[in-house]
Design a protein around this ligand. Structure first.
Ligand code: DC
Length: 219
């Protein structure tokens, strides 16, 4: 029987690091749903589609093919119309476009059906915003991963600095708050903590400590 872990939470709470490491430890498939919304965001940017115009976005959805694949080391790669775009989607601009277009029902329907298909008959660890509430409501383990706002902003700031991006903690915090507000208040499948999710705070934990805590508690 397959076992499903659903991981939701706000930006930079440590969801994907945790999901990736847990999947590796348990031999499960890792499914990064945010990367799929980012792939659509990247398509919209590359094709100068107005992300704030729902009709314009919906009209190009048929031209967008998003797929996930795994290399020999089991690292996840994201493809947009056949091109590996894994290294192009981790920018503030693409994250913002993903957050904006993820508000549109047609965008969500396209990706949610793909996400459910990817999870079929497989033990997997899937992270995103609506996994426990919508994509995999029967998941065996539902985690709502959080961290303090300051901690999340610091993590994001350090990531951006490492990429050579000139920014400040204040700016990063502002962007983070705006994104979380949109993701939590949109009409369709907003980020929520479902009643049977376990809240897990990563503020004072290293990634290894977080994984060990989950493994010893639930496995
Ligand atoms: O997790 P992330 O930062 O890669 O996600 C990018 C955006 O995609 C996020 O701000 C909202 C959207 N998203 C979503 O609406 N539903 C998901 N399951 C995953 C991401």
């Amino acid at each position: 029987m397959s076992y499903k872990i659903a991981i939701d939470g706000p930006s930079s709470a440590g969801k994907s690091t945790l999901a990736k490491m847990l999947a590796k430890e348990l031999g499960y498939v890792y499914i990064d749903t945010g990367a799929m919304y980012r792939a659509i965001g990247l398509y919209l940017i590359n094709n100068t589609i107005d992300i704030h115009n729902e009709n314009d976005v919906v009209s190009v959805l048929d031209k967008i093919d998003v797929t996930l694949d795994y290399d020999k080391e089991n690292n996840l790669h994201v493809y947009l119309n056949g091109e590996d775009i894994s290294n192009k989607i981790r920018t503030q601009e693409v994250g913002e476009a993903a957050s904006v277009c993820s508000q549109y029902l047609k965008v969500r329907e396209k990706l949610v059906s793909l996400q459910r298909k990817l999870a079929e008959e497989k033990s997997c660890c899937m992270d995103g915003r609506d996994i426990a509430s919508n994509v995999l409501p029967n998941a065996n383990l539902k985690l709502y991963v959080t961290a303090s706002e300051e901690c999340r902003a610091k993590r994001r700031y350090l990531e951006e600095k490492e990429k050579g991006i000139d920014t400040t903690i204040e700016k990063v915090l502002e962007e983070l708050k705006a994104r979380d507000y949109r993701d939590m208040n949109r009409e369709h499948n907003p980020l929520v903590k479902v009643s049977d999710a376990i809240e897990f705070d990563t503020t004072d934990l290293t990634p290894d400590e977080a994984v060990d805590a989950i493994l010893s508690r639930f496995f």
